[in-house]
Ligand binder design. Structure first.
Ligand SMILES: Cc1ncc(COP(=O)(O)O)c(C=O)c1O
Length: 371
């Protein structure tokens, strides 16, 4: 059976391919999810959600009570401007299906999260990369605006960034919000920051669609809980697309999210603890990278990734060799776009011991190669 043409050239992401090389002896620094276990309160919320929450369909856009909690403190109307989705990924899929046509162009970050270009291709459009430059990976408005053509339908912005950990400045975000095309702001790492909360694109212009979720902030990757925020006129086609992908997000996960957000004091404390743990792990990663890889990486301002330079021009080959010969998993930078070649993404969503061991194994392997 021949697969549909829209899947021609679309494979499982390189991240999945590298993670598939894991063995019980591997140290996994390729992972994109928090190494944080739910505490007793979070488990209790889950028990309560299971015991008392409804297991029926919710409205397509999500339970009204959860939408109200999500909208608090934002300019969005919970009745018509919030849609709860089965993870941020499903939200992104619905947005692309709602707005992107064959022949359109979608501006995506390079290096950037792998899904954006794939979602553009699945919708029949052409992804057009805008560049972030090493070593700081600072984004300038001009890098994005200079790529806009009459065919540009969407601009995707991801801050804090996977894989760079870089945060985009407020002025740059504002210039992009006002540039004309629709903007998708992927703010899934918004709560994971180190020195100061990153600026948000929420409410920056009526053109901005914000996607967010609980996978990273609450270590809930498997519960598939995300949301989209946009002005009503933009939201209508998004909810229509979402209806035909997911119907609604899991009602259990929605009940759990509702209990989390309703307890604002606990939630604030949880997020502080998450950031404190990642701060320690970031420090361990930067220390080992400098010592073992003899590389200085600008401290990521958010998310839990360090994008480290390595002395090779084929990082896919290197990442596979590290997985099979050195028992350490990292993601080749080229998985995130051409500008990622020469770098690997080291996730520090791992214990301080694993970070030390994994980067030491990398260092030993690279030193042996250099001999
Ligand atoms: C930048 C970015 N956006 C979206 C997602 C998807 O997250 P979710 O689990 O909410 O679908 C990820 C997951 O790694 C991510 O890194």
């Amino acid at each position: 059976m021949k697969k549909a043409q829209r899947l021609e050239g679309i494979e499982m992401s390189l991240i999945r391919q590298i993670n598939a090389l894991a063995t019980p002896l591997s140290t996994n620094l390729g992972i994109g999810e928090p190494n944080i276990e739910p505490d007793e309160t979070l488990r209790d919320f889950a028990r309560r959600a299971a015991a008392t929450g409804s297991w029926h369909y919710t409205p397509n856009a999500g339970s009204p009570a959860l939408r109200k909690l999500l909208a608090a403190g934002t300019p969005f109307d919970p009745k018509s401007e919030i849609c709860v989705t089965a993870g941020t990924q499903e939200g992104l899929f619905a947005i692309f299906q709602a707005f992107v046509d064959p022949g359109d162009e979608v501006l995506v970050p390079n290096p950037g999260f792998v899904s954006y270009a794939t979602l553009a291709r699945l919708a029949g459009a052409t992804p057009v990369a805008y560049d972030l430059e090493p070593p700081e990976w600072r984004l300038t408005a001009d890098a994005v605006l200079s790529k806009i053509t009459p065919r540009t339908k969407l601009i995707v912005v991801n801050s804090p960034s996977n894989p760079l950990g870089a945060v985009v400045g407020e002025e740059t975000l504002k210039a992009i919000a006002d540039a004309g095309p629709l903007v998708v702001a992927d703010e899934i790492y918004r709560e994971i920051w180190y020195d100061a909360p990153p600026p948000t694109m929420r409410g920056m212009s009526d053109n901005v669609i914000v996607v967010d979720g609980m996978s990273k902030s609450h270590s809930m990757t498997g519960l598939r809980l995300g949301w989209v925020m946009a002005r009503e006129a933009l939201m209508k086609p998004i909810v229509t697309a979402h209806q035909y992908v997911a119907t609604c997000a899991s009602s259990f996960s929605q009940s759990l999210a509702e209990l989390i957000l309703a307890d604002a004091a606990w939630n604030a404390g949880w997020l502080e603890r998450v950031r404190a743990q990642f701060r320690d792990q970031r420090e361990a990663a930067l220390y080992s990278i400098e010592r073992e890889l003899e590389a200085k990486v600008p401290p990521p301002a958010g998310a839990f990734y360090a994008f480290a330079p390595v002395p090779t021009c084929d990082t896919l080959f290197l990442a596979k060799a590290l997985a099979t010969d050195a028992a350490v998993l990292v993601i080749p930078g080229v998985a995130f776009g051409a500008l990622g070649e020469g770098f690997v993404r080291i996730s520090f969503a791992a214990s301080v011991e694993q970070i030390g061991t994994g980067i030491e194994r990398m260092g030993r392997y690279l030193r042996a190669l250099g001999r």
